[in-house]
Design a protein around this ligand. Structure first.
Ligand SMILES: NC(=O)c1ccc[n+]([C@@H]2O[C@H](COP(=O)([O-])OP(=O)(O)OC[C@H]3O[C@@H](n4cnc5c(N)ncnc54)[C@H](O)[C@@H]3O)[C@@H](O)[C@H]2O)c1
Length: 330
């Protein structure tokens, strides 16, 4: 008799979690989703979906019952504006979620636990130039991470290692570099650069101005969400317990990102730079050497490919908001 693997995805109401649940279901797994809110844009494919606050231990204990593998994606997070504004709340909320999720997974004999960390753990002093050297896993130490969010992720990585050492909870640690794609937050303050820029481009008319945070010369690399989900599942299936980058090494300036998105939209727009807005580190890129070694694979979707469905989805969302409410039937 085939024994079905039971998987928990926390943060299943969020962007990456929602996509992950869908692919796990497509492959026939039994999936429980958990999040403090339901899925924002479409119904979750999960077999069970628990709306719970994972800062509370009792909720973590309940959702990890009879679970084989946990993808712990729940976190209080957002783009650079959000994570630089709420240091205390983000640090407290995420530390509570991660500490309780690890302990509940231990208590309920979860077989594998994956923690979603971030490139924000990398030392800030290694990211001071726009043509930054790609960051390899060792560049997180000596510690000088992003205030708040980066410190909390680095601490939780360490907790994962301790739970393996002391309790043999089999942990995986992934360091995402900016993920984008359809069904990601694109407004309200938690959106990240590709989604925020897509929204601004969608709202602007040909020839109009759009506001860009910083001087536009800061650089990043971005990973399409289907690659992200594929990498997550490959890492979970591996036996690798050290932190691992998951991103692309296609470095691009924010100005060039704007040009790429405007090109997809078929609009010529005037960029206005607001240097008073937070822009984060000057440059950040992913060194995928270890990723290739460990998984024998790396994300392959280029920005030019991935931004097309992303922009089209955000454009359609923005159109819904712009449309006047239907006139009442006569
Ligand atoms: N998207 C990226 O570019 C990126 C980059 C680096 C790291 N990450 C990490 O990947 C994970 C998923 O990110 P995402 O982009 O899908 O973000 P997201 O904000 O779309 O999803 C996170 C989900 O966690 C939920 N959550 C927050 N507090 C909770 C609580 N107390 N109890 C239960 N659920 C709670 C939110 O409601 C949200 O749905 C996060 O841990 C994030 O820190 C993402």
């Amino acid at each position: 008799m085939k024994i079905e693997k039971r998987i928990l995805v926390t943060g299943a109401g969020g962007f990456i979690g929602h996509h992950l649940v869908r692919t796990l279901k497509e492959d026939g797994y039994w999936v429980r989703g958990a999040d403090i809110k339901s899925s924002e844009f479409e119904l979750s494919a999960a077999d069970e979906f628990e709306v719970v606050d994972l800062r509370q231990y009792e909720n973590c204990e309940r959702v990890t019952r009879e679970i084989d593998e946990v993808y712990n994606l729940a976190a209080d997070m957002g783009g650079i504006g959000y994570i630089t504004a709420y240091l205390a709340d983000i640090t407290r909320n995420n530390t509570l979620i991660n500490a309780h999720m690890l302990e509940a997974s231990r208590v309920n004999h979860v077989k594998k636990f994956l923690f979603s960390s971030s490139a924000c753990v990398y030392a800030q002093h290694k990211q001071r130039s726009a043509d930054v050297a790609p960051l390899c896993e060792e560049d997180a130490h000596p510690a000088d991470p992003e205030p708040g969010y980066g410190w909390e992720k680095l601490f939780a990585e360490q907790m994962c290692k301790y739970y393996w050492k002391d309790h043999k909870l089999d942990t995986r640690i992934v360091r995402f570099h900016n993920v984008y794609g359809p069904l990601g937050t694109y407004s309200g303050g938690k959106e990240k650069a590709p989604a925020a820029i897509s929204r601004k481009v969608a709202l602007a008319d040909h020839g109009q101005k759009i506001e860009i945070w910083g001087d536009g010369k800061q650089t990043r690399s971005f990973m399409y969400v289907t690659d992200c989900v594929e990498g997550l599942r490959r890492l979970m299936a591996s036996d690798y317990r050290e932190p691992l980058n998951l991103g692309t090494d296609e470095l691009i300036s924010i100005d060039n990102l704007v040009d790429l998105i405007s090109g997809i939209a078929g609009k010529k727009l005037v960029k206005v730079h607001d240097q008073s807005k937070p822009q984060g580190v000057r440059g950040r890129n992913s060194d995928n050497t270890r990723l290739r070694q460990v998984l024998g694979w790396e994300p392959a979707t280029t920005l030019a490919q991935g931004l097309v469905p992303t922009y089209r989805w955000i454009e359609a969302e923005v159109e819904k908001i712009k449309e006047p409410a239907a006139a009442p039937a006569a």
